[in-house]
Design a protein around this ligand. Structure first.
Ligand SMILES: Cc1cc2nc3c(=O)[nH]c(=O)nc-3n(C[C@H](O)[C@H](O)[C@H](O)COP(=O)(O)OP(=O)(O)OC[C@H]3O[C@@H](n4cnc5c(N)ncnc54)[C@H](O)[C@@H]3O)c2cc1C
Length: 490
């Protein structure tokens, strides 16, 4: 175990991927670190669960650039956990993501790598081959900047994001002449992975997040469960004190600096540094009003949230099926953009089988908080209705019925084991309205930075850099670097 504590006391709020990353890095810098997580176990968003003898992923199906010398793999190396994680080999043909157009039966394989992707897209849309080449080249330039500069020169990325270069992703479709709705559908299929649509997100942000997947895609053998286990071992090794089942309720200040963290159960943790990785709106409740300027408070209060979802967990009739994902879309709709106006069965769906011997099937269908009442799942106070479970099952069975024809040759018939609704996500992720990926990173929003005006207080989590395992890990790096810089300057 490390000798720790020589550089002050630090409390990290939130034991998700971002918080675990940050806690690990701070402990390795010689700080005495306590990691506080309100759930009973670390990594509740991603650690998955077992039901009916099957393992289901909860928040980590696959990632970009996790293989070879990809950025995520390099970051896991730096965290010292890459040896504990096995990236699963791809199924034959190297295609992890298959798109299935429900309306015309066409399929599309997202291959590994930019060149192969350009080749596959140009073969399917030959009249757009020039536009496809220039669109992907523009995306790749942004992704390269991320790949080359993170984590050492991450300010370059912040500047690029703030510049608004390239407008929205939807603007980029127009400027590269990509007018075919089916092509737009394919190029926005992965917007589902971070819950923001082409008309809302900047082209630069989309390229930072999805560029990693276009570079290469991979699944971790054993999924989120294996990832959390690797983190837990490293945290223990680094001497981080882990407190689970406790909610941080207040960040106490002394002379405008962090002095400690109060727990909801009454305990106090003294601290010189605090990194908060929960949803940013929680921060406002944890601090006295005067801690932030009114303009910063309203900025945080007004962030829009990403949508929630109805997620089905099912047993496949076929056994030993190849792990992978199938994205169900309509070719004529221009992709995921207007999902709210469609019935659940007509929305984009993400179907995934994890890389695990006992893996179940997950089906993710976007669903808004306001739709809970429409489907009779909650009352006016948004509490579960008495027959919530029965209604959830009926809704899940009906949706699964519509999904089956598009995956039957891969999985056989599907049997519903359980389902999660926006209420489930609101409880489990502690996210307002069950937002799957926290706040939306909108084209016109100023990004939140890890440093705050409160001395010793830093922000991490999917709201800071980007959603996803990559975004959360990157945010852990940026927060740890800002915190250690401040300690070094003191
Ligand atoms: C259904 C689903 C599927 C997904 N699939 C993928 C995927 O395939 N690939 C991918 O890369 N990403 C995926 N994601 C996204 C990814 O899981 C998240 O972006 C990432 O895990 C966020 O990590 P985080 O640490 O920022 O946030 P969180 O995991 O939300 O961590 C914050 C933690 O803080 C805790 N907390 C909050 N308030 C307090 C408090 N006051 N005191 C103590 N603890 C507190 C919470 O309990 C939580 O554990 C998926 C997400 C979902 C929901």
């Amino acid at each position: 175990m490390h000798e720790s504590g020589g550089r002050g006391k630090s409390v990290v709020i939130g034991g998700g991927i971002a918080g675990m990353t940050c806690a690990l890095l701070l402990a390795r810098q010689g700080m005495q670190v306590t990691l506080v997580e309100r759930s009973r176990q670390l990594g509740p968003t991603v650690r998955g669960f077992s039901r009916g003898g099957l393992y289901f992923e909860s928040g980590f199906h696959y990632a970009g650039s996790i293989e070879g010398c990809g950025l995520l793999q390099r970051l896991l190396d730096r965290l010292g956990i890459s040896d504990d994680i096995e990236v699963a080999s791809l199924p034959d043909g190297g295609c992890l993501d298959q798109v299935c157009f429900r309306d015309d039966g066409r399929g599309f394989c997202f291959p590994q790598g930019w060149e192969a992707l350009e080749g596959n897209l140009s073969a399917q849309f030959p009249e757009h081959s020039d536009g496809i080449a220039s669109y992907l080249a523009a995306m790749r330039r942004v992704w390269r900047l991320m790949d080359d500069s993170f984590p050492e020169r991450s300010e370059a990325l912040a500047e690029l994001l703030m510049s608004g270069e390239g407008g929205t992703q939807a603007d980029a479709f127009v400027s590269h002449g990509l007018s075919d709705p089916a092509l737009q559908s394919l190029l926005s299929a992965h917007n589902l992975l971070y819950g923001t649509m082409p008309s809302e997100t900047s082209f630069v942000f989309h390229s930072l997040v999805i560029g990693s997947y276009y570079e290469s895609m991979g699944m971790v053998r054993g999924g989120g469960r294996a990832l959390v286990l690797a983190f837990e071992n490293a945290l223990c090794e680094a001497g981080v004190v882990v407190v689970t089942g406790e909610e941080a309720s207040t960040i106490t200040l002394d002379g405008g600096r962090v002095a400690g963290i109060e727990l909801a159960t009454g305990g106090v943790l003294p601290a010189d540094t605090c990194v908060c990785s929960s949803h940013p709106s929680h921060l406002l409740r944890m601090l006295p009003e005067r801690a932030f300027r009114p303009v910063y408070r309203s900025r945080i209060a007004e962030f829009a949230d990403t949508p929630s979802a109805l997620v089905l967990f099912a047993r496949a009739e076929k056994t030993g099926v190849a792990p992978g994902n199938r994205i169900l879309l309509d070719s004529s709709s221009g992709g995921a953009e207007n999902w709210r106006s469609r019935e659940l069965a007509d929305r984009p769906h993400f179907v995934s089988v994890a890389s695990d011997d006992d893996a179940g099937v997950s089906v993710i269908c976007p669903m808004g908080w306001e739709e809970l009442r429409k489907h009779g799942l909650c009352d006016a106070e948004h509490e579960r209705v008495e027959d919530y479970r029965a209604r959830k099952k009926a809704l899940g069975d009906a949706l699964l019925e519509s999904v089956c024809p598009h995956v039957e040759e891969w999985l056989g018939r599907l049997e519903l084991i359980d389902a999660a609704t926006p209420i489930t996500f609101s409880d489990q992720l502690n996210a307002p309205h069950g937002a799957l990926y926290g706040i939306k990173h909108l084209a016109l929003d100023m990004p939140l930075l890890p440093r705050t005006r409160v001395g010793g207080l830093f922000l991490a989590g999917q709201a800071i850099v980007a959603p996803g395992i990559m975004g959360a890990i990157c945010s852990g790096f940026t927060a740890a670097s800002a915190a250690t810089d401040e300690v070094a300057r003191k």
